[in-house]
Design a protein around this ligand. Structure first.
Ligand SMILES: [Zn+2]
Length: 343
C-alpha cells in the first residue's frame, strides 16, 4: 500500500515491524491536510495487519486492514470528542477505563486521539499513567498540528513523527488515485489536478478539498479564496507594498482557519524564496529549488531583495502568526503585527 509523502512514517513502521518492537505511544504532527490521519491509520495497520508483505508493509486489503480503513475495526478505536476538544471525562471513560479490557479480535489494541490541538493539560494528565505503563497490547496515537500542544512528559515517552506535504508530482498522482473513489469524480480533470497541486504545493488534503469544494473552508469557495489571498499577499511583499499587504491579510482576518491556511501558503512562498537563493542559476528556470508554493514568480522577486537572514525572519514571523491563530488571538491583530514584520 502506497503512503504518499510519508516515507519517514512508513520507514519507522517497517523498522518496528521487522524487529517486532513498537513503542506504545506515537505523536503525529503536521499542518492541516498533510495526512496525519492517513499516517495514523497506516501505523494502526502496521500494528494489526495479518498479511504483511515481505517488506514488512501492511497489505491494505486483509480483514484487519480493510476494517481499519473503513473505520470499523473493534481494536482500532478512534476516540471521539464530546466537545470541541478532548475532556478529562472523554479520556477517563473512553481510553483509560477501556484500555484494561483486552483486545477483541487481535492481539493488540490501538487508540487514535486525532486533532489534539486545543486540549487542556488536565486531559493529558489523565493519560499519563496509561502511557507510562500501558498494558502490553495497548498502543496510543495522537495527532496535532504542532508538537508543542503535548506536555513534555508525554513527548518524552512517545515517538514523534512529523508529516509533510508531498511533492507536486506525488500530489498529482495521489489526486488521480483519489479521483477513482471521489463522489466528484468528474471534477478531477487533468487541468484541475495540475492547478490544485500547484496552488497547494503538494498538500494533498487541501488539494482534494479544493477540487471537491468541501471541508472546513468550502461551501462558499473559501479555500479558493484563501489561495487567492495568499497570492495577493505574496505579490504585495514582492512589490514591498505595505498597504496592499495589510489589505490582503485583513481580508482573511475574520476567519482564523482561513487565516491559518493563507499563512501556511505564504510560508511556502517564503520557503521558495530561500530555496531560490540557494539554488540560483542551477537547473532550468531555477527548477532545482523545487518550488512548492503558489506564487513562483513572486518568490523569485522576493529572493532578489531579501537575504537569507531576512527570509528566515519572515518565515518565523509567519509561523508565529499561525501559532497565534490557534491561541485565540484575533485575526485582525495577527494580521497587523505580521504586516509590520514582513516589510
Ligand atoms: Zn493487512
Amino acid at each position: 500500500m502506497t503512503l504518499y509523502s510519508k516515507e519517514s512514517v512508513a520507514a519507522t513502521c517497517k523498522a518496528m515491524s521487522r524487529t517486532g518492537r513498537f513503542v506504545h505511544s506515537f505523536l503525529i504532527t503536521g499542518a492541516q491536510g498533510t495526512g496525519k490521519k492517513v499516517a495514523a491509520r497506516y501505523l494502526a495497520m502496521s500494528l494489526l495487519c495479518s498479511a504483511k508483505s515481505s517488506e514488512n508493509e501492511p497489505c491494505g486489503v486483509c480483514r484487519e486492514c480493510s476494517r481499519i480503513l473503513r473505520g470499523q475495526h473493534p481494536d482500532f478505536i478512534e476516540v471521539e470528542k464530546s466537545g470541541a476538544s478532548f475532556s478529562v471525562k472523554d479520556i477517563r471513560e473512553k481510553v483509560v477505563a477501556d484500555c484494561y479490557t483486552p483486545p477483541n479480535d487481535c492481539d493488540r489494541k490501538v487508540y487514535l486521539l486525532a486533532d489534539c490541538d486545543g486540549w487542556m493539560d488536565a486531559a493529558q494528565d489523565a493519560l499519563l499513567k496509561v502511557t507510562e505503563d500501558p498494558p502490553d497490547y495497548g498502543y496510543f496515537i495522537f495527532t496535532a498540528k504542532i508538537r508543542e500542544v503535548f506536555l513534555p512528559t508525554l513527548i518524552s515517552r512517545s515517538m514523534t513523527m512529523e508529516v509533510h506535504e508531498a511533492g507536486i508530482g506525488e500530489c498529482e498522482a495521489a489526486l488521480r488515485e483519489h479521483s477513482l473513489i471521489s463522489p466528484k469524480k468528474k471534477d478531477f480533470t487533468e487541468e484541475n489536478i495540475s492547478r490544485a497541486a500547484k496552488i497547494f504545493g503538494g498538500n494533498i488534503g487541501c488539494a482534494i478539498e479544493y477540487i471537491e469544494g468541501r471541508g472546513q473552508l468550502a461551501g462558499s469557495g473559501k479555500l479558493a479564496k484563501a489561495a487567492n489571498t495568499a497570492m495577493d499577499a505574496a505579490r504585495a511583499i514582492a512589490e514591498r507594498n505595505e498597504y496592499a499587504l495589510a489589505a490582503a491579510l485583513a481580508s482573511a482576518s475574520g476567519n482564523r482557519e482561513e487565516m491559518r491556511t493563507v499563512l501556511e501558503m505564504l510560508s511556502r512562498v517564503i520557503r521558495d524564496s530561500a530555496a531560490a537563493r540557494v539554488f540560483s542559476g542551477e537547473g532550468e528556470n531555477g527548477n532545482a529549488a523545487g518550488f512548492i508554493g503558489c506564487a513562483r514568480e513572486e518568490s523569485l522577486r522576493i529572493a532578489e531583495f531579501a537575504g537569507s537572514a531576512k527570509l528566515n525572519e519572515m518565515y518565523e514571523a509567519i509561523r508565529e502568526a499561525s501559532y497565534l491563530c490557534t491561541r485565540n488571538c484575533s485575526g485582525a491583530a495577527v494580521a497587523s503585527v505580521l504586516t509590520g514584520k514582513l516589510l
